[in-house]
Design a protein around this ligand. Structure first.
Ligand code: SAH
Ligand code: SF4
Length: 374
């Protein structure tokens, strides 16, 4: 099997061209064709030498991922299930908001972290995604949007908040980030990319020294060690003290700001003790808090707090001087919780046999009916 072209960073492409006896300057043209003009057939790269075109056509794979299911929510969120060459699938979600269209990409098939509120955790870790599989979520969905919605439907931002723990897949996510940010290609600025992590301390320490400067979101979910450990077993190994020591190493100027994600779960982390602990742990000037009302899924053991309780929590944080927002649940009518869509489809075992998503609409609607909240 040929290696994917989308695993090459710009510098690697330049080195490859030199190694094969081509001019390294060709890298600029090639990145331009692939990432700016959406041309994936080397034969069509008109300003590239014939030998280089043949070399890439023969030795590299340019195929995109296969969209095996797509759902459009009433709020405009589009959820996709994409299939990779080994038949594994992951979710990727396009979320519109005012002047931006953000793609939420997955970093792994499943996840090893095992948070007790997370649907992806129930799948365990199947494998890491390759850098190309992360980059290709973006490329595949961008092409899909152009073909199926309009030429103007352009993705503008990326969040690493789909399935998986991105820092557990450090090297591949770093490489994908370099490809996203390359000015010769997609040229996404550092403010347009946000990495969300559950708090893998050694990787955060490494990130502080050796990762492109993207925004960081930390999944905090509780400022009390015993509660956090119950929600996120990773806290047993890397507790709040160790976690915050590592976070302080991140050069804030480069990373601009850290957003703390705080899942609100009824009776678990939404009381006055939790408010106090959170206000004591974080510095109101440097932190932004994003409250995420728990998204229930079939079989989940937790409940979402009442709207009143959610607003109370928000109000308490604002009173204490924090910048605090509520993340509205996007696409709740299209299987919103992380990892849910993939599981439903695995159960139905739709795609192993075939290539085209022929049966999807009817099956999808039955899955949707089961998932829509009353
Ligand atoms: N592994 C990384 C990124 C993927 S999870 C992390 O944990 O940060 C992305 C976000 O979805 C996290 O903040 C996670 O806590 C949240 N999430 C997971 N399950 C959820 C659920 N059932 N309802 C609401 N948010 C959930
Ligand atoms: Fe993994 Fe994030 Fe889900 Fe925790 S919340 S299990 S880290 S994907």
């Amino acid at each position: 099997m040929k290696p994917s072209f989308f695993d090459l960073t710009y510098d690697e492409l330049k080195a490859l061209l030199t190694e094969k006896g081509f001019s390294p300057f060709g890298a600029t043209q090639i990145f331009d064709w692939v990432y700016k003009k959406y041309v994936y057939d080397p034969k069509e790269w008109s300003n590239v030498s014939n030998k280089a075109k043949d070399f890439f056509a023969e030795n590299y794979d340019f195929s995109l991922l296969k969209v095996v299911w797509h759902g459009l929510s009433k709020d405009g969120t589009r959820k996709f299930l994409v299939k990779m060459t080994d038949g594994q699938t992951v979710e990727t979600v396009a979320i519109p908001a005012r002047d931006r269209l953000t793609l939420c990409v997955s970093s792994q098939v499943g996840c090893a972290v095992g948070c007790t509120f997370c649907h992806t955790a129930t799948q365990g870790l199947k494998r890491h995604l390759k850098a190309s599989e992360v980059v290709l979520q973006y490329i595949t969905i961008q092409n899909w949007l152009i073909q199926n919605v309009s030429q103007e439907e352009k993705l503008t931002n990326i969040v690493y908040m789909g399935q998986g723990e991105p820092l557990h897949n450090f090297e591949n996510m770093k490489k994908a980030t370099l490809i996203f940010m390359s000015e010769k290609g997609m040229g996404l600025g550092q403010r347009r990319i946000t990495l969300s992590t559950s708090g893998l301390v050694p990787a955060i320490e490494k990130m502080a020294l050796d990762f492109p400067p993207v925004n960081i979101a930390l999944s905090l979910h509780s400022a009390r060690n015993n509660v956090r450990t119950e929600l996120m077993p990773i806290n047993k190994v890397y507790d709040l003290e160790r976690l915050f020591k590592a976070i302080k190493m991140i050069p804030l100027k480069a990373h601009r700001r850290i957003t703390y994600e705080y899942l609100l779960i009824d009776g678990m982390n939404d009381g006055s003790e939790d408010v106090e602990a959170l206000a004591n742990l974080l510095n109101s000037k440097e932190s932004k808090i994003n409250l995420i009302p728990f998204n229930e899924f079939p079989g989940s053991k937790y409940k979402r707090p009442s709207e009143q309780k959610i607003m109370w929590f928000l109000d308490q944080m604002i009173k204490r001087g924090f910048t605090c927002t509520i993340r509205t649940t996007k696409g709740s009518d299209i299987l919103a919780a992380c990892g849910q869509l993939k599981s439903e489809f695995d159960k139905l075992n739709l795609w192993n046999k075939d290539s085209e998503p022929k049966v999807i609409p009817s099956i999808a609607s039955s899955v949707l009916q089961n998932q829509v909240r009353p």
